[in-house]
Design a protein around this ligand. Structure first.
Ligand code: ZN
Length: 341
């Protein structure tokens, strides 16, 4: 059974005229209401992350900078990252939402999903960027490592942007395997996440990037993920699975040039439901409100019951681009010292 983590306080991170708006979460909740899921699916209040939790990931300078910036009234932290006066508190509640979701799966739920904002995956140890103030998922992971003594983690990030913050935080860490599928960073923020970025030192081989060309669609995604996720997960043998969820590779999304349709999110949810437990999902991007609502609902509908008797979605081979097939071959070569694909 699946649990959700949500609080209406997440709407208090105000971002005027910004694509990462409170309307995103309102729309998701409206979708749950329309589908008669509110009340049918357990929803928990997030924790409020403590400074101690944040500082397992972030520098105390960074935490302090966000706190004082918000205290002084907020504004733009950089060209696209906004904070309002309440944002410091709400960002702690977002990180705490990921911690709460992690606790829920250790207490018996098969999956949990932290419906939080601001998002987190671009926030590095020392700075806010890409709409993100603190790295929610990384804060939860370090909590699990420190407090729950969990050792090995997989993070699979399918937001259309590379989660550079998450990747950097764990770049030298052999116990955290970060896999990201995203639009080719030559063509999109944050201009990193290339195939050659495979981790460093002891972490070499544990940062796996799948940078697809703009215009890639559901068949490309499924083709390549079918060949990578399960074999790599099987080799790595994690104790805990994070799925970093973004809806901005949808064909309707204004921030990317990818062409996913709703079916992809159904396929992805089925794929998640087949992976070992415990599994935590955390929300990142997705800026077309209707697509966000529909596709989010698809994920929740599948994971809430773990029913596997859904129509089988498979890639239309004729639609898989040559570039995608070549990319897979290059990934297979690059990672052959580390994983058998
Ligand atoms: Zn994104």
């Amino acid at each position: 059974m699946m649990a959700l983590v949500y609080s209406p306080e997440y709407l208090e991170h105000k971002t005027p005229n910004h694509p990462e708006s409170p309307d995103r979460l309102s729309k998701i909740i409206k979708g749950l209401e329309e589908a008669d899921l509110m009340g049918n699916i357990p929803i928990f209040e997030p924790y409020m992350a403590k400074e101690e939790d944040l500082e397992r990931v972030h520098t105390s300078d960074h935490v302090e900078r966000i706190r004082t910036f918000c205290e002084r009234g907020g504004g733009y932290l950089d060209f696209d990252t906004y904070a309002s006066p309440q944002s410091y508190e709400i960002a702690k509640l977002a990180a705490g939402g990921a911690i709460k979701a992690s606790e829920l799966v250790l207490n018996g739920f098969s999956s949990s999903y932290a419906l939080v904002r601001p998002p987190g995956h671009h926030a590095t140890r020392e700075r806010a960027m890409g709409f993100c103030l603190f790295n929610n998922l990384a804060v939860a992971l370090e909590y699990l490592r420190k407090v729950r003594k969990i050792k090995k983690f997989v993070i699979f990030d399918f937001d259309v942007h590379y989660g550079n913050g998450t990747a950097h935080i764990f770049y030298n860490d052999p116990d955290v395997l970060y896999i990201s599928i995203h639009q080719d960073p030559h063509t999109i923020f944050p201009s990193e996440g290339f195939l050659e970025e495979i981790g460093e030192g002891a972490g070499e081989g544990f940062n796996l990037n799948i940078p697809l060309s703009p215009g890639s669609g559901t068949s490309d995604y499924i083709y390549i993920l079918q060949r990578i996720l399960r074999p790599v997960f099987k080799d790595f043998k994690a104790d805990f699975y994070f799925f970093d969820v973004g809806f901005d590779a949808h064909r309707d999304d204004p921030l990317s040039r990818m062409l996913l349709d709703d079916d992809f999110y159904e396929w992805m949810a089925m794929e998640i439901s087949k992976q070992p437990q415990p599994r935590v999902l955390t929300l990142e991007g997705g800026y077309h409100l209707e697509a966000l609502k529909r596709c989010n609902l698809k994920i929740i509908n599948i994971l809430k019951e773990e029913t596997l008797e859904h129509s089988q979605i498979s890639p239309e081979m004729s639609r898989v681009q040559e570039e995608t097939k070549n990319l897979f071959k290059r990934i297979e070569d690059n990672f052959s010292p580390f994983f058998t694909l």
